[in-house]
Design a protein around this ligand. Structure first.
Ligand code: ZN
Length: 200
């Protein structure tokens, strides 16, 4: 089992997918009136409040999911077909949808971006990554598959399984990814040698 931890990054260029979770709604979702920033009587911090009906539009972090999928020693990456990071490599991942468990969301992103199915494959929780400036929280998983076939989806230019020494280290989509992947490979080696020393 891999170590579970929370990584926090305060300064980071735009990582994996989609717009930052900081774009505020301008109009009230209930009555269409313009929202303004103020501290509601019942709260202690500034919110977007509708002056007409009193509706409060809460701004909270977005939840994203990502999965490190291995086939033997090889790790699955996809080459992004979207900005930010167009043309760069990253593990499959993206925004969690309503009605999905994080595991389901991670498996869906893997399927959509790389054509790899994780049906019946256990997803191991690796920890959370908090991107403070983007108001994003990533739930990170890992999974291993018994077939090395993959095919890029609409949001990917390419998808491939890489051995550690073949990985496009200089073309990764965001700065902290190289450290995370090195840590992941390191943990796998440590895990394997521990199992061997126990004779299992
Ligand atoms: Zn309103």
């Amino acid at each position: 089992m891999y170590k579970t931890e929370i990584a926090t990054h305060r300064a980071l260029s735009s990582p994996n997918l989609g717009p930052p979770g900081t774009r505020a709604a301008v109009h009230c979702a209930q009555c269409g009136e313009r929202l303004s920033r103020k501290i509601p009587a019942t709260e202690s911090r500034e919110r977007l409040v509708c002056s007409s009906c009193g509706y409060i539009s809460y701004e909270n972090p977005k939840i994203l999911v990502a999965c490190l999928v291995t086939f033997g020693e090889r790790l699955l990456l996809c080459r992004r077909a979207l900005a930010p990071g167009y043309g760069l490599w990253a593990p499959p991942g993206g925004f969690l949808e309503n009605g999905e468990t994080p595991q389901e969301g991670a498996a869906r992103e893997v399927w959509e971006e790389t054509g790899v199915r994780l049906v019946g494959t256990p997803l191991v929780f690796r920890g959370l990554t908090c991107l403070m400036e983007l108001n994003e929280v990533y739930a990170n998983f890992s999974a291993s598959v018994s077939c090395g076939r993959c095919q890029p989806g609409a949001e990917a230019l390419d998808a491939a399984f890489f051995a550690p020494d073949e990985l496009p280290w200089a073309e990764l989509a965001y700065p902290t990814l190289a450290d995370d992947l090195r840590q992941f490979f390191h943990e796998r080696v440590a895990h394997r040698s521990r199992k061997q020393s126990l004779g299992r």
